[in-house]
Design a protein around this ligand. Structure first.
Ligand code: PEP
Ligand code: MN
Length: 341
């Protein structure tokens, strides 16, 4: 249910409504809107009509049901777009298009620092790199683990770029959170509800990849797991879905971008690297993603893709990334976005 407060409703009235919601066995989530505050009362769907009585409380304008199964992620509860702060002066979801770039895996100090410098020079605002890798084969490189996290932190120190890295196992959340600015949940973990609930208790942004076979509704229900635990900083990322097509690694669901923008207030990113699996397809899909209205891109870049420990074929060389960023400016401008130098 959404409890819509009156325009001039004060702090005490808001507190009283929150108290009553809790007494009825629901969790209140206050959303401070541009014009008025609303409170989402989430909990057991079966008895929610009891919340209707709150309409008689002072300061309450109306009590309306949220029709979508995802509540806190929906635009019904928050029509304005969310802007997720990442670091001082850096946020995702505003007018500025944010490009996140870096290698699939952290491999060495030289590799990560060199890549960080190159992507920063080309205009990337956040560095990516996997230290814990969820690989299809148990015999493939599994990542450098904590050593990799330390190298990411070193690259951040060298360049000032915040870092995003994946957490695969609920057991490693505290360790990864010690180093990361953004916690990534990979496609394979999109419905690892135990992991999502732990991340929901953190005070740190979470970049949640879409699963390779999750519908948009299922995807938003996964985001809801994080939001319902209290963490409001969720970033979505379309990274291609599994179809019958084999010419590309996955099929980039470009229409997911406007559909998500319609259904949720959360920022939407696109990862054209895992979507296509081929470096030469990354620029065109990045332009298409910007035209479709994404808030940012996640792109794999490696100084020597032929030697990469993982995902070399889809990784751009720094010079190709730089050329792509120069061209991306025009698409960003056409989509009414800015792309900082
Ligand atoms: C990654 O970003 O390196 C990754 C493993 O992506 P995904 O979870 O989308 O496959
Ligand atoms: Mn990868």
């Amino acid at each position: 249910m959404i409890i819509v407060m009156k325009l001039g409703a004060g702090r005490e009235e808001l507190a009283e409504v929150k108290k009553q919601i809790r007494e009825l066995g629901y969790k209140p989530h206050v959303i401070h809107g541009e014009t008025r505050n609303v409170i989402g009362a989430v909990g057991d769907e079966r008895g929610k009509t009891v919340l209707q009585a709150l309409e008689s409380l002072p300061g309450v304008e109306s009590v309306v049901p949220i029709l979508k199964p995802f509540k806190l992620a929906s635009r019904e509860i928050k029509p304005e777009r969310s802007v997720v702060p990442i670091a001082p002066g850096l946020a995702i979801g505003g007018k500025e298009l944010i490009v996140i770039a870096g290698p699939c895996s952290v491999e060495s100090e030289k590799q990560i620092v060199e890549t960080a410098r190159a992507v920063k020079a080309a205009g990337a605002k956040i560095l990516r790199g996997g230290a814990f890798k969820p690989r299809t084969s148990p015999y493939s490189f599994q990542g450098m683990e904590e050593e990799g996290l330390k190298l990411l932190a070193l690259a951040r120190e060298e360049t000032g770029l915040p870092i995003v890295t994946e957490v695969v196992n609920p057991r490693d959340v505290d360790l990864v959170a010690k180093y990361a600015d953004i916690m990534q949940v990979g496609a394979r973990n999109v419905q690892n509800f135990a992991l999502l609930k732990i991340l929901g208790k953190l005070d740190k942004p979470v970049l949640l990849k879409r699963g390779m076979a999750t519908t948009i509704q299922e995807y938003l229900m996964s985001a809801e797991y994080i939001l319902s635990e209290g963490n409001r900083s969720v970033l979505l990322c379309e990274r291609g879905i599994r179809t019958f097509e084999t010419a590309t690694r996955n099929t980039l669901d470009i229409s997911a971008v406007p559909v998500l923008q319609e259904q949720t207030h959360l920022p939407v990113l696109v990862d054209p690297s895992h979507a296509t699996g081929h470096a030469h397809l990354v620029p065109s899909m990045s332009y298409a993603a910007v035209a479709a209205g994404c808030d940012g891109l996640l792109i794999e870049v490696h100084p020597h893709p032929e030697k990469a420990a993982s995902d070399g074929p889809q990784s751009l060389r720094p010079e190709d990334f730089s050329a792509m960023m120069a061209r991306l400016k025009k698409f960003a401008a056409a989509a009414d976005r800015t792309l900082a130098e």
